[in-house]
Design a protein around this ligand. Sequence first.
Ligand code: NOJ
Length: 563
Amino acid sequence: MQTNPLWFKDAIFYELNVRAFADGNGDGHGDFIGLTQRVDYLVDLGVDCVWLLPFYPSPLRDDGYDVSDYRNIAPLFGTLDDFKTAVEALHQRGIRVIIDLVINHTSEQHPWFIESRSSLDNPKRNWYVWSDTDQKYQETRIIFLDTEGSNWTFDPITREYYWHRFYREQPDLNFDNPEVQEELLDVMRFWLRLGIDGFRVDAVPYLFEREGTNCENLSETHEYIRRMRATIKAEYPECILLAEANQWPQELIPYLEDDEFDMAFHFPLMPRLFMGVRKEDRADIVHILEQTPAIPERTQWCVFLRNHDELTLEMVTEEQRQWMWQEYAPETRMRLNLGIRRRLAPLLENHKGKILLLHAIMFGLPGSPILYYGDEIGMGDNIWLRDRNGVRTPMQWDSSAHAGFSTAESTYEPVIDDPVYGYHRVNVETQASDPDSLLNMLRHYIRVRRNQPALGRGSFKMIHPENQSVFAFERYYEDPSGHQTRVLVVANLSGSQQQVVLTDLENCLGTTPYDLLTDAVFEPIQTTIYTIDLEPYRCLWLQLHVEGDLMKEATSENLYENR
Ligand code: NOJ
């Protein structure tokens, strides 16, 4: 693997649930053997890094986010040797691996908690947050609102309450305890020694608790993260740390600014992309981007459309939440906690134009995109499965039994089998052979995006044309050799033809726009006003070439082929 400490800034990430991806041993659960067999698929898709959801031993109360052993693999998913083989296979093909690090809490079945709850004077007592009253930290919100009525649960054994931000089966670790702090750094070392490239750190804002606060983003949490970064980077300089902090931009920025994380998910942006395309109006997207301060050069946003959780509506106003529920979750069963348990394709009515539009915008915005497994083929969901399992069903590889996912009699959750999204229609094999399929279109987008450093690294400036249905911005990048690239991203959020008049194009005079996505060459820009006609849901990535440049580009080195 080439050494480049900022590799993540140009990377395309792929969120992969080992359990859902491919079953290598025929027991109905995806595993590391299956993943190893499917590396070619990831290579063809063109992704640079996979983020593996938790695969540790776990009672699976929260689908693995309830860890009962930090230094092992759940037997269902294989062995440590299978894990090493998968990581090696991915690395050999140029794909990096980051793993989920769930440190805010453990499973109640973790031996530490079993000890901790066994008596008041057990040496592990202080590894968790105990109290003789459930009245502490009253200003703290409850996250799993549909299930939990309190962040405290009474434990009959020692007659005290323990603190948990998620399910009651997930007691929070006590980060005020230096032993806990040290132990989790050691857990990180364990996996780094096995060759992984970084961590997606789960539930970051909640590590510490303090009376009189909402127990989120406390200075103590920031301090611990700084320590984590300093320790880990000293030993593994290329390890990246990605923050899962579902917060407003102003709360997120410190995690990136102060020598803490390399990357952070941009949670507030995501629902606004859905608002934009439904309202056919860019206002909400523009508004959140205007509130997003610049971040340090060495850091990067992670942008995404969907993930393994409900589409979270925590970072929107109450009015926006009601609107999103009404528009995107008309049936009660589609709603969960403060979100929507549906996949990308059903949310967008299986409209290929809209799915591609949102990808083109996401790939164009500052940040590294993360795709959620299955969304690249437009997989559907099953809202009747428990919790968020309806968006975690087996990957649909082909039209054979269980979608080619498994040879078992039955699988951990049923494969999607409805008339629209069922595996007979929606699967990798069918789409791979159709040049116009969603899969092949997205492969193309990925390939173009990876060849275009302006999109990974360039500066970002919004353009404000009068037509509100058009969202437009400029990315500009000067590489170390002085080569300048300017790309205008111009997106029609609406389902009808739109004309957009771009103004203030002084910097672009004399250039010829060339759409990186379709290879279409546009009229040269000769005045500071330039008019473009956009088909419904069309997004253009217009690279601006000065005369003669088009020829040069055509023969220039292809970064994608040389990864
Ligand atoms: C965030 C994860 O994405 C979610 O799946 C999990 O339930 C919570 N953190 C608790 O670990």
